[in-house]
Design a protein around this ligand. Structure first.
Ligand code: GLA
Length: 406
């Protein structure tokens, strides 16, 4: 081999080493689909802070998640919603706000990962985000590569300024971009249920919004699209066949601890999200939550219902005006049951499990009658399904139980 061919061989080896290093190993479709085996749990900045996000705020929330017992019960993702981005550079790369995020996104991701947590970010399938920041349209692969380099684990992908694109194609493009970027990133489809994402979203994203934006109220609908807790429940009620491991109906981020919701309303909100296998993204200020709010968000027995490996969404199997009964099949033949009082007067419950055999048998296949009833908010056993169940359920409140095999 002469000197010239040696040099050529050397430079070829260098180039291929370089390109192998720069070119990510694509993520297999099966690995991508296996993400979010149970509903994702975390915190998102939007509900409480809107555009007022910063590196310090995000670090504080990550610290609080780790320090106040949320990480211990399964919360993982710290997600920055809209407004972290300001422009694109001359190469089209997305530019984070240099004033609000002076250390950059990689440093922030490293900090969050250092606490054992995961890092999420927000973009939009349109040319602009809902707050008028640069969207990902035309930059999907470039953005996904950038997120992967920063260490992003979760992407909430919105639908403002979508320029009439086909929703399924737009979200599929970002899913392909993520896979090509080679990092396991959960894709949260946020097109508010407008294009029935439950019919096409499985395998493309891991959760899809089925509601307009939530507001911190129990029963409300605003002209411009905001809705309350009950409206979110109703929007998701009939979609139970579409939920399962890796693909969840997103009933919106939690408002627990925000606005004027009462204690009972907060308990109902959290209970029903858990019953319905909805993603649990806290939306409050984790630094300042009081003891009761923290107790709600960290109720492990209720969270276990949400995170049950079977991944079934509850079915509303009985409705009598404001009184509803929901049932969620759990692994090993156990069942979570939630008595929901939507009304503004208490519900004096006097329930005969045997009389309901028909409903249970049809919907959740409750064949046996030797179950212990566990109250998941009082953390105690309150009888068996052989006896009648008597309880006072407050206005806007719930009784949430787990039927345990004896
Ligand atoms: C939309 C989404 C919200 C939030 C805002 C941010 O309205 O539905 O959840 O992300 O955009 O601008």
């Amino acid at each position: 081999m002469n000197l010239k061919s040696l040099l050529i061989a050397f430079s070829l080896a260098c180039c291929s080493a370089l390109s192998a290093q720069e070119k990510p190993q694509p993520l297999s479709d099966s690995l991508y689909r296996s993400l979010a085996a149970t509903p994702p749990m975390g915190w998102n900045s939007w509900n409480k802070f809107g555009c007022n996000v910063s590196e310090q705020l995000i670090r504080d929330m990550a610290d609080a998640m780790a320090a106040y017992g949320l990480a211990d019960v399964g919360y993982q993702y710290i997600v920055i919603d809209d407004c972290w981005q300001v422009s694109r550079d001359e190469d089209g790369n997305i530019v984070p706000d240099p004033e609000r995020f002076p250390s950059g996104m990689k440093a922030l991701a490293d900090y969050i990962h250092g606490l054992g947590l995961k890092f999420g970010i927000y973009s939009c399938a349109g040319s602009y985000t809902c707050q008028g920041r640069p969207g990902s349209k035309g930059h999907q692969f470039q953005d996904a590569l950038q997120y992967a380099k920063w260490g992003v684990d979760y992407l909430k992908y919105d639908w403002c300024a979508n320029d009439g694109q086909n929703a399924r194609a737009a979200y599929q493009t970002m899913a392909e971009a993520i896979k090509a970027a080679g990092r396991p990133i959960i894709l949260s489809i946020c097109e508010w249920g407008e294009n029935k994402p439950w019919e096409w979203g499985e395998g493309i994203g891991h959760l899809w919004r089925v509601t307009p934006d939530i507001r911190a109220c129990f029963d409300c609908t605003f002209d411009w699209g905001g809705v309350g807790v009950l409206q979110c429940i109703d929007a998701a009620a009939d979609l139970y066949p579409y939920a399962g491991p890796g693909h969840w109906n997103d009933m919106e981020m939690l408002e627990v601890g925000n606005g004027e919701l009462t204690y009972d309303e907060n308990v109902t909100h959290f209970s029903m999200w858990c019953m319905m296998a909805a993603p649990l993204m806290c939306g409050n200020d984790l630094r300042e939550m009081d003891f009761k709010i923290r107790q709600i968000l960290t109720n492990k027995e209720v969270i276990d219902v949400n995170q049950d490996p079977l991944g079934k969404q509850a079915i509303r199997f009985m409705k009598m005006g404001d009184q509803e009964i929901w049932a969620k099949p759990l692994q090993d033949g156990e069942i979570a049951v939630c008595f929901l009082n939507r009304g503004s007067t208490p519900w004096k419950l006097d329930y005969n499990w045997r009389a309901q055999t028909m409903y249970f048998a049809r919907e959740v296949n409750l064949k046996k009658w030797d179950y212990t009833i566990r109250d998941l908010w009082k953390h105690k056993d309150i009888g068996t399904t052989k006896e009648r169940l008597r309880a006072d359920i407050p206005a806007h409140g719930v009784l949430m139980v787990r039927l345990r095999k004896q």
